[in-house]
Design a binder for this molecule. Structure first.
Ligand code: UGA
Length: 441
């Protein structure tokens, strides 16, 4: 099939590469000339396991191309994906400017039937708005060309996006014509072989399904973080509690790890956008508002622990930070707990020696040169000359270090672990003052 994907960000690139990889003829369109030129040269702007190799194979194979020419993009695909960003507006609601610009472009250039697929996370009702915009452009051209709009939300996790696309647990399709649903079934057939994963529904329900999934997941995390804070003060261990409740199949073990708060481009943005949508409907989304508030407080938790360890006197101290990305296997630092921590440390007059296996370039892009930030070559390098260590991301490599490493390198044997990756008793017996989340110091 001929496919065009508008938006060569995270979702667009994964969608384009995976669809090309099963033999479709895919063109990815983006307004960012520099990004497109790099992609044409085989340079992938984000780190995602397996994505670079997949793009390269299909680019060289001739079934994946990149362009800034939107008219060419519209002409190319029978199916046109909209996968552009929906950044938060000032009030937290999703900014649909880029989605609507693509809809306008499609309306201006289309010359035959197209199926337009909303892949971006968009508020309920956006498919209708896209349809109206295309109709408006067609009317302005005195054209009556048939088209369909459908919603096909993505459920990709950064770091596992290729697997999530190719081995999806579900493929949600909001479609309101038989033709649209049939085309989507055909498109996803290579990924839908063993049992039918397609869940077809009306468009508005599909749009809400995406927000509902992220709202449910973020709620699990905030509730666990709240319980962790209670456990810590009440003399309990949240890790025992986690296993105790996870054994109930109605609760389950997944996604109930306490930590230093959720980050990334999705949960924070989607929770805020859904809260805004509810408010605009006259509804008070109390649970969602609490989920966000608990998360904001949790992101401050690490700083509170560092401050506690040094009796509030952080001026002139140097703190090692392990893990800058919002989670492992990505270089994405959007809304990462590490950023909240570093901002607070700097405000308190401390210096930071930081290390992350993948996010060093991103960190330097965000913060540039500053005297109170040293970007270290290795995790061990970050410890030398530091007074204490804070762990913000649970990268695998951090899990296997010997406690003696900390006592030999840090000026004070203080480790503040925002992801509960070490056993407290082991750290204590090595002489380390060990803070974690929801467990006893
Ligand atoms: C999330 C969803 O998991 C995907 O299903 C969804 O498609 C995606 O958002 C999106 O809307 O595009 P992602 O942002 O890549 O995916 O990251 P997650 O793996 O969900 O992690 C989000 C945050 O929650 C991270 O900061 C992570 O550290 C934190 N987390 C996760 C916890 O604190 N505890 C957990 O038990 C799980």
């Amino acid at each position: 099939m001929k496919i065009t994907v508008f938006g060569s960000g995270y979702v667009g690139l994964v969608t384009g590469a995976c669809l090309a990889d099963v033999g479709n003829d895919v063109v990815c369109v983006d307004v960012d000339r520099d990004k497109i030129e790099k992609l044409r040269d085989g340079i992938v702007p984000i780190y995602e396991p397996g994505l670079g190799a997949m793009i390269e194979t299909n680019r060289v194979g001739g079934n994946l191309d990149f362009t800034t020419d939107a008219a060419r993009g519209v002409a190319h695909g029978n199916i046109l994906f909209i996968a552009v960003g929906t950044p938060p507006d000032e009030d937290g609601s999703a900014d649909l400017r880029y989605v609507m610009a693509v809809a306008q472009t499609i309306g201006i250039h289309m010359g035959e039937y197209k199926l337009i697929v909303n892949k971006s996370t968009v508020p309920v009702g956006t498919a209708d708005a896209v349809e109206s915009e295309i109709k408006k452009q067609l009317m302005a051209r005195n054209q009556s060309i048939d088209f369909d709009v459908c919603s096909n939300p993505e459920f990709l996790k950064e770091g596992a996006a290729i697997d999530d696309f190719t081995k999806a647990t579900r493929i949600v399709i909001g479609a309101e014509t038989a033709q649209a649903l049939e085309l989507m079934r055909e498109l996803y057939a290579p990924y839908n072989r063993n049992h039918d994963k397609i869940i077809a529904m009306d468009i508005r329900s599909a749009e809400l399904t995406k927000y509902a999934a992220n709202a449910m997941l973020a709620t699990k995390i905030s509730l666990m973080n709240e319980l962790a804070n209670i456990a810590e003060r009440i003399g309990a261990d949240i890790e025992h509690v986690r296993i105790g409740i996870g054994s109930d199949p109605r609760i389950g073990y997944h996604f109930i790890y306490p930590g230093c708060g959720y980050g990334g481009s999705c949960f924070p943005k989607d929770i805020r956008a859904l809260t805004r949508s509810a408010a605009s409907l006259g509804l008070d989304a109390g649970v969602l508002a609490a989920v966000e508030l608990v998360n904001e407080n949790q992101k401050q938790n690490l700083f509170a622990k560092v401050s506690d360890a040094f009796s509030g006197n952080l001026a002139g101290k140097t703190i090692a930070v392990w893990g800058l990305a919002f989670k492992p296997n990505t270089d994405d630092m959007r809304e990462a707990p590490s950023r909240t921590l570093m901002d607070s440390l700097w405000a308190a007059g401390a210096r930071v020696r930081a290390f992350d296996p993948k996010a060093m370039e991103e960190c330097s892009r965000i913060y540039g040169d500053r005297a109170d930030l040293v970007l270290c070559e290795t995790a061990i390098d970050a410890l030398h000359g530091s007074d204490a260590l804070v762990i913000c991301t649970e990268w695998k490599a951090f899990r296997t270090v010997e406690p003696s490493l900390f006592t030999h390198t840090l000026a004070h044997p203080i480790v503040i672990d925002g992801r509960n990756i070490y056993e407290p008793s082991r750290m204590r017996s090595a002489g380390i003052v060990y803070y974690s989340i929801g467990r006893q110091t």
